[in-house]
Design a protein around this ligand. Structure first.
Ligand SMILES: Cc1cc2nc3c(=O)[nH]c(=O)nc-3n(C[C@H](O)[C@H](O)[C@H](O)COP(=O)(O)O)c2cc1C
Length: 182
């Protein structure tokens, strides 16, 4: 089985990128393959139907769609912005939805969030589920929010807190087992 992981943040020091990478690392311990991608390498303009008519779907969207097609399951960590999905992630999803067939359809998805706040971005995750479910993804029932993310990772990008690490590992391992059933 092959995993593909990315974050709904463009920021260089993004905690969601760290969380997505750390979750992927933990998943790889189950013996699956996987790859992380930084969305700074797949920059997309704000969705504009006129732009799509004049220039088509951006090359970055097509490249990302190709990566998704080669994966069986995705792990996405997204910031919560104003209680909802990050604009960056929603824009990526909207562009991806314009490709036919939609690369996301039928794939398994684990949603994560990292936030500098105390709630870990879990409110945004309930909103984040919706477009992925609308597009026919199998969104894993369990989601995981990481609070106080600014202090959560060590210099290697590993989760510092043993209890948090084992909880994330348990969620990721259950997701991989679920996705492996097809
Ligand atoms: C416009 C904006 C809105 C935000 N809204 C929320 C929010 O509703 N809940 C929350 O926990 N954090 C919120 N934050 C804080 C983010 O969780 C924090 O900036 C986080 O580090 C962003 O993710 P990143 O590190 O992956 O870039 C917001 C930040 C910005 C810039």
């Amino acid at each position: 089985m092959k995993l593909f992981s990315f974050a709904g943040s463009l920021r260089l020091g993004s905690y969601n990128k760290m969380f997505a990478r750390e979750a992927l690392r933990l998943a790889l311990e189950s013996g699956v393959e996987g790859e992380f991608a930084d969305m700074r390498d797949y920059r997309m303009p704000p969705y504009d139907a006129d732009l799509e008519t004049s220039s088509g779907i951006p090359e970055s969207t097509r490249k990302l769609g190709q990566k998704i097609r080669t994966a069986d399951a995705l792990i996405i960590a997204t910031p919560e912005n104003n209680g909802s999905i990050s604009g960056t992630l929603k824009n990526i999803v909207d562009w991806l939805s314009r490709e036919q067939p939609v690369s996301l359809r039928g794939k398994h998805l684990l949603l994560l969030a990292a936030s500098t706040g105390a709630l870990g971005g879990v409110r945004g995750l309930w909103h984040a589920r919706v477009p992925f479910e609308v597009l026919g993804m199998h969104v894993f029932p369990d989601m995981k929010g990481l609070p106080n993310a600014a202090n959560a990772f060590n210099e290697l990008g590993r989760l510092r807190d043993e209890q948090t690490l084992s909880q994330v590992k348990a969620t990721v391992t259950a997701f991989v087992a679920h996705a492996a059933k097809g």
